[in-house]
Design a protein around this ligand. Structure first.
Ligand SMILES: [Zn+2]
Length: 87
């Protein structure tokens, strides 16, 4: 698995969201703020949770969760989301 956020497509996570054994990285995505292993802990269908989170995040204007790791102004949410489709 790549170091790509499954919600927003941010591809500079420190670790993949899940390792080969299915263990969560416990990392918070600096882009969408999703906390792997916490926000998707103990849910029946992770995909549903991801989609809900993505929907809310987009609705709120796709704000960067971590201002210190925000990229330059060329950052494009559409391009980033495309990375999920290519997984
Ligand atoms: Zn994310």
């Amino acid at each position: 698995m790549e170091n790509i956020c499954l919600i927003c497509g941010f591809n500079e996570l420190y670790d993949p969201p899940y390792d080969e054994k299915g263990g969560a990285s416990d990392e918070i995505c600096p882009c969408c703020g999703f906390h792997f292993g916490f926000d998707d802990d103990d849910v029946q269908d992770k995909k549903v949770v991801y989609e809900q989170w993505r929907g809310k995040w987009l609705q709120n204007g796709s704000q960067w969760f971590s201002k210190s790791r925000k990229p330059n102004e060329n950052w494009n949410v559409e391009q980033q989301l495309n990375k999920i489709n290519n997984l």
